[in-house]
Design a protein around this ligand. Sequence first.
Ligand code: NAD
Length: 255
Amino acid sequence: MTEIAVTGAAGRMGREVLAAAADRADIDVAFAVNRTPVDERIGGVVVESSDNFAELLDDYEPSVVVDFTGPESAVEYAADCADHGVALVTGTTGFDSDGLGALQAASESTAVLKASNFSRGVAALRLAVQEATAALPDADIELTETHHNAKRDAPSGTAKALLDDIEGVRDDLTDRVHGRAGEAPRTDDEIGVHARRAGDIAGEHEVLLGGSNETLSLTHRAGDRSIFAEGALDAAEWLAGREAGWYDFFEVIEG
Ligand code: NAD
């Protein structure tokens, strides 16, 4: 049984995590917090104010904190986790270099697993994109991601991970071009990046590789957010009890 705490409990992902945890025999929720208090039980759990987060860590001693909030708050939670020796799984996206540095600093004192996407399908997409990029070294590459209309960061964390993957294979692609307007012919060194926002779409990513007389399109569509919650709980179970360090979701999948 892995004891977890959940931050951002009243958010879209926090609710999914609590709902998924309620259905799993291997996970117990020690406590859940949200920045703004909510007068309801979510997944059977009382949601407390995040103001008391450090005290709650002392009182309940969870093994892992599962965080889906925003970059500023995730960094604060990471520091508290480091102080208390509690492992952190964060799915929060949109960190700047300072935020990433703060997470990495926390990983010197506790186990930290950060993933911009907890879907196993997206993990498979990333591997497929690396293979396809290597197999089609002259292809023009365009990436399109689509999310719900309340998403704050663009392009998505998953899109950035895919771009890093592509650039890791193709070092001639050095220019990320975010949308095009007006006179904007394509150059050989660019990857086009397009972020669409509409309705309540959970997340779609398409990588298009275009060559002469053939195109290859690799697409992942999340049916709903429960896949991310299940992946994050798998990561929490895997991370519990591990030594301080920086971990990623591929290690969870590989077991
Ligand atoms: P949301 O806006 O619905 O929820 C965020 C929640 O965090 C809100 O309830 C908000 O009140 C709370 N919050 C913010 N700051 C807080 C603080 N300081 N203390 C406590 N609670 C705080 O957003 P969401 O759709 O749930 O997404 C959250 C994050 O997770 C985003 O960065 C998003 O990109 C990311 N995300 C990641 C994955 C993945 O698989 N890694 C999947 C979906 C979303």
